[in-house]
Write a protein that binds this ligand. Structure first.
Ligand code: DER
Length: 236
């Protein structure tokens, strides 16, 4: 499909430009774009990957690394990462992004912060001027189960996100449970407020019971978008 081709184009271009031969520790994100990142790295050849170690951002990311025959590492062993490549739900003109559509943003943010270079790869739908333009599900928030009702109440009554909801699972009765055993709340804010994502992120992060917020502000070095016409857009 056009969307899959655009994901592949973004991923291959980003790998070609940012996964340098001398890089040994590489962070691998989550979602449906990142498999194209891994396929391009595998294509660099066994010799290029022989001494490398790949750090996952969750169960899906770990399975992708292992099934691709790449060496698995842990962020405990490698607290500093040469480059982390990850997808995003939306990226604005300042490279702020919404992440967490796949409920993986806690470990993703740890690896984004640990990386010397953090690179985003996405299809054209994610390339927006302001966050909240296309991605209407809201800001993903990982919360401890014990506190989810209180966080919801504070989002509704204090942070003025009346449509905030607990993310319910589809193939399982009850809520989505993250790789860390926590719940996810999706909190929509109007586009005006999403023009200041750092402010919203800080306000949400201060709510008792919040573990991590799916707004990554001032973290990415560059964002690669495949376009419908087969061209590439790079923001940095
Ligand atoms: O959940 C996440 O942050 C993922 O990176 C996700 O948002 C990207 O999803 P996609 O690559 O499948 O569009």
């Amino acid at each position: 499909s056009v969307i899959e081709k655009s994901k592949q184009l973004a991923a291959w271009t980003a790998v070609d430009e940012h996964v340098l031969p001398e890089y040994r520790v590489i962070g691998i994100g989550s979602g449906s774009t990142v498999p194209y990142v891994v396929e391009r790295i595998v294509n660099q050849g066994a010799e290029a990957n022989r001494d490398r170690v790949f750090i996952p951002t969750g169960f899906q990311s770990k399975e992708l690394i292992v099934s691709s025959g790449l060496s698995l590492g842990d962020v405990d062993q490698y607290p500093t990462i040469d480059v982390t490549l990850d997808g995003a739900d939306e990226v604005d003109t300042q490279l702020n992004c919404i992440k967490g559509g796949g409920a993986c943003h806690l470990r993703e943010k740890v690896l984004a912060e640990a990386a010397t270079t953090f690179i985003l790869v996405a299809d054209y739908r994610k390339n927006v001027e302001y966050l909240g333009t296309n991605f209407k599900a809201g800001v993903p928030i990982e919360v401890v189960p014990f506190a989810y009702a209180k966080v919801l109440q504070n989002l509704h009554q204090v942070l003025d996100s009346p449509k905030a909801t607990l993310r319910m699972a589809v193939a399982k009765a009850g809520p989505v449970v993250s790789d860390n055993g926590n719940f996810i709340i999706d909190a929509p804010f109007d586009v005006e407020r999403m023009k200041e994502p750092y402010t919203i992120m800080a306000q949400i992060k201060m709510l008792t019971g919040v573990v991590e917020v799916g707004l990554f502000c001032h973290m990415a070095r560059a964002a690669y978008f495949g376009n419908q016409d087969g061209s590439i857009t790079v923001k940095w």
